[in-house]
Structure formats: structure tokens, C-alpha cells
Design a protein around this ligand. Structure first.
Ligand code: ASP
Ligand code: MG
Length: 413
């Protein structure tokens, strides 16, 4: 079997943990498998490197920042390979570029456009364990080193699993799998045995941090099932795969939350054709990532438009809109930095009415005010005050009986 294993930063956080990971890899190899390992940077290395760059420059060149950040994963790949040699297991490490991870040229958020894993296959055929530095590739056009965005090692792993037609893709992390809510907020949250690609996409996009969104997209597009599990135990984790394979017939899979966004309101906007287009074109041209949008009912020809965006982009968006505000005759821009988004996700929503009603009633009973609402076919998201996030997550989790000990089938009752 070809097995791809990805180890996150905590799993390779220090020398002892590197040795422990090497031991697990060695067992997988000795069981007769061909093993490809993708590693993240050790512990908080990536954050520390970013901090260092920020101490030097407000706006470091993307090319150089990527050069710097990719060093984190290169340290991990070398030490894991060494630890395997120490155990008598031949291993060879490769950078993303050497492993054939070909990307576009967008530094900091490059997309994989092709994978040419010739050297990986050769090393596997020689009987070596292959260690690949995650989160990085090389641009087809510029030949420069690129990174795939925070959490990108997950995507490296799933993409390699697809390219190698691997039998298993395991993502090792510091938790037991995907939970019905963040266990730090809901201590009796339940580990899911299976979750569909679609549900996992929504959960990851709405703040669940176990998997990078793009790794799930890759898995769905290429049919790679992903086993999310803990590197600190041998128990089964959560399988992410096609909807048909989900055995338990749960209506709701979980509650995700995200405290990384801010809300911006453009006030007193003239309610006439073309205004929203101008606002969002200006933001798009400035590369601001917009999430939820709400336009209020207009009174006397004026309205408010609110939207959420990553908190780090508010300054930029404020500059763009303050200029535009005068041009279109709006009265000003309001920024709310203290918001949270809470989302309920479940494929069963498509066929079960009343889910939104139950969610909103739970929030109301808990005294939480809803500021914005948005939905997809399998998700309901609300924006609430940042101080209410834990109360909101718990209230919703309770209202749908998602806790440990509950049987998925009973959820809709
Ligand atoms: N080291 C990178 C990060 O911290 C990539 C990863 O861990 O997947 O975002
Ligand atoms: Mg991660």
C-alpha cells in the first residue's frame, strides 16, 4: 500500500516528538507499506518567522517572505529523515519544489497547478521513506518558491496522495479528529466518525481549524478520503469522504465558530442601481476578501450595507471605502472589530425543515442577539457580538443534542 501521512506542527514540536513521529513512521514502513510523509514546521516556527519579518518590514516582499517561511518545513523534513536513519529506516527528504509541487506565482496563497512526483516515486521504488516539506511549491512561471497559505501542509498531503494514487491519506494532528464543536468551548463535544467532503468544507471555511479548506477541496475533487487522527494515540479519528459513505444518518454534523473577522458598515448609501456594484468592485480591486453581506431595507432612498471581512483587512477596506463613500454620497464607514461568526452545518438540513427556527430560538433563549444571517443548502451562519461566542456555540450545540452519548439518528426528533 502507498500511505501518505502528514504531521502537524505540534506533532513535530520538539526533538522528542520528532523521535516519536519517526517511530510511528518506521512501524508503518516495517508493516510493508510505501510511506510518504508530509511535515509542517516545528511548533510555532511559522508564527515566529512571520514576526521576525514584520520586525524588519511592514510589507515584506512576497518572494522573500515565502523564502523565509518555507525554511520552517525544511527544518522539519531534515530532522524527521535523520530520526528515521537513526532507527535504521532509510529516508530521503525533499522540498516542495523537489517533490514536484508546481504552483502559480501568487506568493503567500499559491495554488497547486500540477504535481510531477518523479523523484518521490524513484525514492519509494528504492525502498526509502520519503519526507516532503509541506506548505510549499515552486511557480511554473517565475521558478520562485511559493507557499500555499496558512495550514497548507494539509493540502500538500492530500494533493500528493491524489498524484500518487495513495491508498491512505492520514492527517496527524494534536486532537482525536473532527468534533461537533471546539472541545475547548464544549467539553462534551463528540468526535465524528465520518463527515462528508461538503460538510467538512463548510466546517473548515467557517472556522474549524483541523483541515485547510483547500485540502478538503482537493480530496473531494480527486476522491481522496482523508483520515484525521491524533499523533498521540493509535485510535481511529474522523474519516472525511463522500456523502454516500456516511453510515450514521446524522442531520447535523457540528457547530463551527470564527472570531477572526470584523464587520464593516457603509452608512447612508443611496439606494439606486449600480451602487452595490461600485462598492464591491472597489473592494475586489483592492483584493479585500468579503464574506457575508447584508443590505438593510431602505428608508427614504437611503440604506446601510454591512459585510464581514478578515480583521487584518479592515484598515485597507476602510481606506478604499472612505474615498468611495464621498463619491457615491454615502455618509460614512463604521467598523466593528468585536464580532464572531457561529455556523451550524449538516447535510440533513436539505431535507429537514425547522432547523433555522430551532437554532434562532436557542440563541434567543440564551439572550444572544443576531446581527447578520447567511445560509447555504447545508449551513446556517449568524454573526453575533464577540463576547457572546461561547454562549452561542454552547446554546446551539445543546439545542441539537450534539453531545457525547447522543445517537446521531435522534438528532432530528
Ligand atoms: N507551517 C505552516 C503554517 O503554520 C503550514 C502548516 O502548518 O500547514 O501555517
Ligand atoms: Mg494545520
Amino acid at each position: 500500500m502507498i500511505v501518505v501521512q502528514k504531521y502537524g506542527g505540534t506533532s513535530v514540536g520538539d526533538v522528542d516528538r520528532v523521535k516519536r513521529v519517526a517511530d510511528r513512521i518506521a512501524r508503518t514502513r516495517r508493516a510493508g507499506n510505501q510511506v510518504v510523509v508530509v511535515v509542517s514546521a516545528m511548533g510555532k516556527t511559522t508564527n515566529e518567522l512571520i514576526k521576525m519579518a514584520e520586525e524588519i518590514s511592514d510589507d515584506p516582499p512576497g518572494r522573500e517572505l515565502d523564502m523565509l517561511l518555507t525554511a520552517g518545513e525544511r527544518i522539519s523534513m531534515a530532522v524527521v529523515a535523520m530520526a528515521l536513519h537513526e532507527l535504521g529506516v532509510p529516508a530521503r527528504s525533499f522540498t516542495g519544489s523537489q517533490a514536484g509541487i508546481i504552483t502559480d506565482a501568487r506568493h503567500g496563497k499559491a495554488r497547486i497547478v500540477d504535481i510531477t512526483p518523479g523523484r518521490v516515486k524513484e525514492a519509494l521504488d528504492d525502498g526509502d521513506v520519503v519526507i516532503v516539506a509541506g506548505f510549499q511549491g515552486v511557480s511554473q512561471d517565475t521558478k520562485d518558491v511559493t507557499t500555499l497559505g496558512r495550514g497548507g501542509s494539509d493540502t500538500t498531503a492530500v494533493a500528493l496522495a491524489a498524484a500518487l494514487d495513495a491508498d491512505v491519506c492520514e492527517i496527524y494532528t494534536d486532537v482525536d479528529g473532527v468534533f461537533t464543536a471546539d472541545p475547548r468551548i464544549v467539553p462534551d463535544a463528540r468526535k465524528l466518525d465520518r463527515v462528508s467532503f461538503e460538510e467538512m468544507l463548510e466546517l473548515a471555511a467557517q472556522g474549524a481549524k483541523v483541515l485547510q479548506v483547500r485540502s478538503v477541496e482537493f480530496g473531494r475533487n480527486y476522491g481522496v478520503e482523508i483520515h484525521v487522527r491524533s499523533s498521540f494515540s493509535y485510535s481511529q479519528g474522523t474519516w472525511v469522504g463522500p456523502e454516500e459513505k456516511k453510515m450514521e444518518d446524522a442531520i447535523i454534523s457540528g457547530v463551527a465558530h470564527d472570531t477572526s473577522e470584523a464587520k464593516l458598515t457603509l452608512k447612508g448609501v443611496p439606494d439606486k442601481p449600480g451602487v452595490a456594484a461600485r462598492v464591491f468592485t472597489a473592494l475586489a480591486e483592492a483584493n479585500v476578501n468579503i464574506d457575508m453581506i447584508v443590505q438593510n431595507v431602505s428608508a427614504e432612498g437611503v440604506t446601510d450595507i454591512s459585510f464581514t471581512l478578515p480583521r487584518g483587512e479592515t484598515k485597507h477596506a476602510d481606506e478604499v471605502l472612505s474615498t468611495l463613500s464621498d463619491e457615491i454620497g454615502a455618509t460614512g464607514v463604521d467598523i466593528d472589530d468585536s464580532i464572531a461568526k457561529v455556523s451550524l452545518v449538516g447535510a440533513g438540513m436539505k431535507t429537514h425543515p425547522g432547523i433555522a427556527a430551532r437554532m434562532f430560538a436557542a440563541l434567543s433563549d440564551a439572550g444572544v442577539n443576531i446581527e447578520m444571517i447567511s445560509t447555504s443548502t447545508i449551513r446556517i451562519s449568524v454573526v453575533v457580538d464577540g463576547d457572546d461566542v461561547e454562549t452561542a456555540v454552547r446554546a446551539i450545540h445543546d439545542a441539537f443534542d450534539l453531545s457525547d452519548g447522543m445517537v446521531g439518528k435522534e438528532q432530528g426528533a
